[in-house]
Design a protein around this ligand. Structure first.
Ligand code: CAA
Length: 380
């Protein structure tokens, strides 16, 4: 089994590593503190082909594979966890389904400028009363003449405050529950669309999320993505890919936490010697490095299966489950290595822990990943 990156994948990694070191890491603490969206950096990600990595070049994307996407997500998230999720939503949750289900006419309008990073997309599934139980959504879309009219609300929508178009899921036939859900491309200048206040989050504060409101929001019928009733399957298939992106984001955040702990441990002295001389610290660093490598292997396996066109739902869920919980453990140990300095904002250790925490919640909680994995294990 070959677990080496190809020459092209190594080039993507090196390019992203360089970009993260120059453009992201030096600004990440300020973006976090001021809850500031990294507009210039996101524009540059687009110019580097990183906002639609696996979208073919003819549709404005990077024309690369999903392993490259995972590698890029790790490096970008190592520089800034918040920037990582902005990129992941654009790639996995917006460009991927529009590429897969969009007509050429829809791709020209709703994919090309998004994959190239001129515009930003978002994905709106979650509602106030339905997070894990996604099919329980209340937002409705009623067909009227040449239009659909949307009414309802979504919450916690990453990229919501900045997005130009949002992939919105709504019920077109409530009696059919998940089989009555349909996907729509809703431009954020549509009449009847409004955003709520940006969420004041614990971590990944460079990225914005907010509630969305639809009040008699009319969009042309041609903005429907896929057929009526296909929305739930589109959402679930999309989230399979998204979970690879979030797993790689968690991996990048964990690496940042591990690397700053290692650097601190090499400098810090206690009882007359560097703390790296103590087995307590050595063992923590050893566990952190081992878990990081294990997560990477799970992520590359899931991405490789996606590249082959094979089923990868369970493998993506395993990667996301392990990488997110690993990131929380590793960044928490990173704080421990720093002692008191880990608990104050002058050091980055606490930010990495705060950034890691959400990866166990969004795009399916750890509990949902276990359900997906078990469901696949017990299928036959
Ligand atoms: N691909 C394609 N189809 C799928 C699928 C997949 N991965 N998983 C399920 N389906 C299909 C099933 O085959 C089934 O189809 P049929 O009715 O034709 O048989 C249908 O979907 C319903 O499946 P279930 O009965 O398993 O559905 P359920 O209602 O029990 O829910 C669930 C399953 C896994 C719990 C799902 O609701 C889920 O994933 N919940 C978590 C939601 C989530 O991840 N939200 C994240 C929001 S986005 C976000 O977080 C972004 C961000 O901020 C960055």
């Amino acid at each position: 089994m070959d677990i080496e990156l190809t020459e092209e994948q190594r080039q993507v990694r090196d390019m992203c590593r360089d970009f993260a070191a120059k453009e992201l890491a030096p600004n990440a603490r300020r973006w976090d503190e001021h809850h500031e969206f990294p507009r210039e950096a996101v524009k540059k990600l687009g110019e580097l082909g990183l906002m639609g990595i696996a979208v073919p070049a003819e549709w404005g994307g990077g024309g690369m594979d999903n392993v490259s996407y995972a590698v890029a997500m790790e490096e970008i998230s190592r520089g800034c966890g918040g920037t990582g999720v902005i990129m992941s939503v654009s790639n996995s949750l917006y460009c991927d389904p529009v590429m897969k289900y969009g007509s050429d006419e829809q791709k020209a309008e709703f994919l090309r400028p998004y994959a190239s990073g001129e515009r930003l997309g978002a994905f709106a599934l979650t509602e106030p009363q339905s997070g894990s139980d996604a099919a329980e959504m209340k937002t409705v879309a009623v067909a009227r003449g040449d239009e659909y009219v949307l009414d309802g609300a979504k919450i916690f929508i990453t990229n919501g405050p900045q997005a130009d178009t949002i992939l919105v899921f709504a019920q077109t036939d409530k009696a059919k529950r998940h089989k009555g859900i349909t996907a729509f491309l809703v431009p954020t200048d549509a009449k009847g669309f409004a955003r709520g206040k940006t969420d004041d989050k614990v971590g990944i504060r460079a990225s914005g999320s907010c509630p969305l409101f639809f009040e008699a929001c009319a969009i042309p019928k041609r903005f429907r993505l896929g057929a009526e009733g296909d929305g739930f399957k589109i959402a679930m298939g999309t989230l399979d890919g998204g979970r690879i992106g979030i797993a790689a984001q968690a991996l990048g955040i964990a690496r940042a936490g591990y690397e700053c702990a290692r650097a601190y441990a090499k400098e810090r002295k206690a009882f007359g010697q560097p703390i790296t001389q103590f087995q307590a610290i050595q063992f923590m660093l050893a566990d952190m490095a081992t878990e990081i490598d294990a997560a990477r292997l799970l992520i590359w396996r899931a991405a490789g299966l996606k590249d082959k066109g094979a089923r990868f739902s369970a493998e993506a869920a395993m990667a996301k489950l392990f990488a997110s919980e690993m990131a929380e453990r590793v960044t928490s140990k990173g704080i421990q290595v720093h002692g008191g300095y880990g608990y104050v904002k002058e050091y980055d250790a606490e930010r990495h822990w705060r950034d890691s925490r959400i990866t166990e919640i969004y795009e399916g909680t750890s509990e949902i990943q276990r359900l997906v994995i078990a469901g696949n294990l017990l299928k036959d």
